[in-house]
Design a protein around this ligand. Structure first.
Ligand SMILES: Nc1nc2c(c(=O)[nH]1)N[C@H]1C(S)=C(S)[C@@H](COP(=O)(O)OP(=O)(O)OC[C@H]3O[C@@H](n4cnc5c(=O)[nH]c(N)nc54)[C@H](O)[C@@H]3O)O[C@H]1N2
Ligand SMILES: Nc1nc2c(c(=O)[nH]1)N[C@H]1C(S)=C(S)[C@@H](COP(=O)(O)OP(=O)(O)OC[C@H]3O[C@@H](n4cnc5c(=O)[nH]c(N)nc54)[C@H](O)[C@@H]3O)O[C@H]1N2
Ligand SMILES: [Mo]
Length: 708
């Protein structure tokens, strides 16, 4: 076999996706993986990063043959993902070269939602947007324009590319809270800016808690660390509302009633205190408020009282507390499920207090990982340009898009990119009603004809991460990496940054910023990593290689709070001492938990037939409830509440508990049989206690059987 070595490419990536040419000083980003030859052609390999909204942010090795991605493998050099990929990304080439890719701009020719479009040129599309927006601004002011985006790609350049433009225009601002801001806020209330624990530390733990985390679906690479600890004798607990495939890997599974973890934690603390398992020396030296909590809050949370609230047997509450309190190095990996309730920030705040009670911070192998703060390595402002924000502009919470589009007609144009709100936003029926408005000029920049794109007036084709440059970070481990275009844009697709520049030019915004290239911004972001507490290998970063963020030895005990201590009592909050915040009374309806599915990511990957071919819209119903409602396996049932109704296929299973039904996955409407009503017809626009976040799992439903 002939081996070919590539020399550095002068002038940056092989295919510039940037609007202007930029002479790059960067060295070649082709991977260390050997280039090899197949079928007489020369195959090139590139290192890259998984761009999706997932805590792992895998290192990729992408093989390219004749301008096409032929395969994607895990990069063994990545310090956390270590060479393996999830089933979705193991065939990323099927997404990149999907026959469903949008390849030209499209203009609507039928009614909104009909999916009838005709191709138009980019020049026509940009001219129409500029003309319509100028007229809207002249008529109603720029706040009549609303951008809507989330994390279709996590790369900073593409994620934030359009922020500055909308600030410049004076458009309405979007509060991007659909994921888990209540979780971030709950952690911050206690720990301030303290760095959450690195996942690899769990290898030295003797007791790991997978809490509200469907690890096998959403954080698969953490399994490596869990297994390493287990081989050394660690015990694994899983705390969730239902027994998913992650729970099957644990030694102990604890089923908690949705939204009641706060009470569970207080019960654990009650037992830790009662049984002398609290680390009083650590608490006295490092923590504010433990004594008040002990006296004012903990007494009422006896194991029996906690059983009544959470459904967790009193003996299990005790066992859980003792396992946590007696562990040498307890490690909690906290997902986001518990935060998507009205009390989501308070629940997270209470869980965040636990490591302090046993003095876990700073112990090798112990700690709490909520979300890694790796994004702080970069100065995102380089792209975001929040200095262009104009004071007093309307702010629309993205969880309330339905209301924003329907309560009045003040929003006249919606620009959606990197998100699919017709499918993923709560209260789907109201969102669709808004998107149907004839007086709403909707533009969707997308890779596929999503539920949202179907309602657009103009659809603009978007690149995938292998067709543009970006700088990435992970929110589940301390690694950063750059990824560069490995193939030319598919069809006429353009990146978010390219669109930002195109629109700025079409609107007559003359700023040097919009002459910069993606590569230039990536380099500036890489250069900005100097503020990380320890030196980052910028050479490695610019080469497109997975770059570990070094952590100071004492990072776990640098408490980033105003007091410099862990704040169980936080004077800055309306409620200085945390306490369990009950949800509404149980009214006899069923709780409906609708978490992640392994095969897709939010609504991304719905384009892949092979991933969506199996069962979808399945509903786990406990045998007791099946008997109560007279249900049989495989039959169709309807779940309904005041917002809407959707059909599901019954799976009778003790994976769930009585009073709770569970469905996994957020499916495109075209994948759902019948009326195309997906899970989000049932979810609500109500927000969390702090952080103004989504409450996707805080849902009650009525169940009716179709066959009776
Ligand atoms: N395959 C796949 N991967 C994904 C995603 C996906 O959809 N599919 N989504 C991506 C995104 S955007 C995110 S934010 C992350 C989310 O990753 P995770 O944090 O793992 O997922 P969550 O959706 O937050 O839900 C996790 C678990 O919380 C449980 N849960 C719900 N309510 C409660 C509760 O009250 N208490 C407890 N203890 N548990 C509860 C759910 O049953 C679920 O099993 O994953 C990312 N990765
Ligand atoms: N019922 C229910 N609903 C949920 C959840 C749940 O657990 N249950 N999870 C929630 C969570 S945690 C989140 S974070 C949200 C996420 O919801 P969304 O923000 O809608 O995320 P995705 O569904 O992944 O859609 C991202 C879209 O961006 C497109 N895209 C990818 N890369 C690019 C690019 O470079 N440019 C452009 N213009 N487009 C691109 C993809 O094709 C895809 O259609 O969903 C929420 N919705
Ligand atoms: Mo998310």
């Amino acid at each position: 076999m002939r081996r070919l070595l590539f020399s550095p490419i002068p002038g940056g990536p092989p295919f510039g996706t940037a609007p202007t040419n930029h002479e790059s000083r960067t060295t070649n980003h082709e991977s260390r993986a050997t280039n090899h030859e197949t079928r007489g052609d020369i195959m090139k390999t590139y290192t890259s990063v998984c761009p999706y909204d997932c805590p792992d942010a895998c290192g990729l090795v992408v093989s390219v043959d004749d301008g096409r991605v032929v395969s994607v493998a895990g990069d063994g050099a990545h310090p956390f993902t270590r060479g393996t990929l999830c089933p979705k990304m193991a065939h990323y080439e099927r997404t990149v070269h999907s026959p469903r890719r949008l390849t030209t701009p499209l203009k609507r020719t039928g009614p909104k939602g009909s999916g009838q479009f005709a191709p138009i040129s980019w020049d026509q599309a940009l001219a129409e947007i500029a003309e319509r927006w100028k007229a809207i601004i002249a008529d109603c002011g720029a706040e009549a324009i609303l951008p809507y985006s989330y994390a279709g790609t996590m790369g900073i350049v593409q994620h934030d590319a359009l922020h500055g433009l909308f600030y410049r225009l004076g458009a309405s601002e979007l509060d991007r809270t659909i994921c888990a801001p209540a979780k971030g806020q709950g952690f911050k209330d206690v720990m301030g800016s303290t760095m959450p624990t690195a996942p690899q530390e769990a290898q030295d733990s003797d007791c790991i808690f997978l809490w509200s985390l469907h690890m096998v679906a959403t954080n698969i690479h953490f399994r490596h660390d869990v297994e390493a600890a287990r081989r050394k004798g660690a015990v694994v607990w899983c705390i969730d509302t239902y027994r998913h495939k992650t729970a099957d890997l644990a030694d102990h599974f604890v089923a908690v009633r949705p939204g009641t973890d706060g009470a569970l934690v207080l019960g654990m603390m009650h037992v830790l205190d009662r049984d002398g398992l609290a680390d009083e020396a650590f608490l006295a030296a490092n923590v504010l408020g433990w004594d008040e909590l002990k006296v004012q809050v903990l007494p009422k949370y006896t194991p029996e009282a906690v059983q009544a609230i959470t459904g967790v047997p009193a003996a299990t509450v005790v066992a859980l507390a003792q396992a946590y309190g007696q562990a040498r190095a307890p490690f909690i990996r906290l997902g986001s499920g518990q935060s998507r309730y009205r009390n989501g920030a308070m629940t997270t705040r209470l869980i965040t207090c636990l490591p302090a009670v046993v003095g876990a911070w700073g112990k090798k192998g112990a700690g709490l990982l909520t979300s890694a703060s790796a994004s702080k390595a970069y100065n995102k402002e380089i792209v975001t340009h929040s200095d262009w924000k104009q004071p007093g502009k309307r702010i629309v919470n993205m969880c309330c898009l339905g209301r924003a589009l329907t309560e009045d007609d003040s929003i006249r144009s919606l620009f959606v990119y990197s998100s699919n709100p017709a499918c993923t936003a709560p209260d789907q029926n109201q969102v669709l009603k808004g998107l149907c408005r004839d007086d709403l000029f909707t533009i969707v920049h997308e890779r596929f004809m999503t539920d949202t794109a179907r309602y657009a007036d103009l659809v603009l084709p978007a690149t995938t991460s292998l067709e543009h440059d970006d700088a990435y970070y992970s929110y589940g481990n301390y690694t950063i990496q750059c990824g560069y275009a490995a193939i030319p844009p598919v069809g006429q697709s353009r990146s978010n940054w390219r669109i930002a520049c195109d629109l700025a030019h079409a609107l007559g915004i003359d700023d040097e910023f919009y002459n910069r290239s993606e590569r230039d911004l990536v380099e500036a972001l890489a250069a900005s990593t100097t503020k990380w507490p320890l030196p980052v290998d910028r050479q490695r970063l610019l080469q497109g290689l997975p770059t570990p963020l070094p952590l100071p030895d004492d990072y776990q005990t640098r408490f980033g709070t105003p007091s410099g201590k862990i704040e169980i009592r936080n004077e800055a909050l309306a409620q200085p001492l945390p306490d369990y915040m009950p949800l509404a009374e149980d009214d006899g309806t069923l709780a409906f938990v609708n978490g992640p599915d392994m095969r897709i990511l939010d609504s991304s990957f719905n384009e892949r037939d092979e991933l969506t071919a199996g069962h979808i819209m399945d509903l786990f119903v406990h045998p007791d409830d099946a008997a109560r409602y007279g249900l049989t396996e495989g039959q169709t049932v309807t779940l309904a509440n005041e917002r809407g109704q959707a059909d599901f296929t019954v799976v009778i299973s003790d994976r769930t508990v009585p009073g709770q039904v569970v469905s996994e996955g957020v499916w495109w409407r075209e994948r759902v049989k019948g009326q195309g009503a997906s899970v989000n017809v049932l979810t609500s626009q109500r927000l969390t206690d702090e952080g103004a976040g989504s409450t996707f799992y805080d849902v009650r439903v009525h169940l009716t059987s179709k066959n009776t």
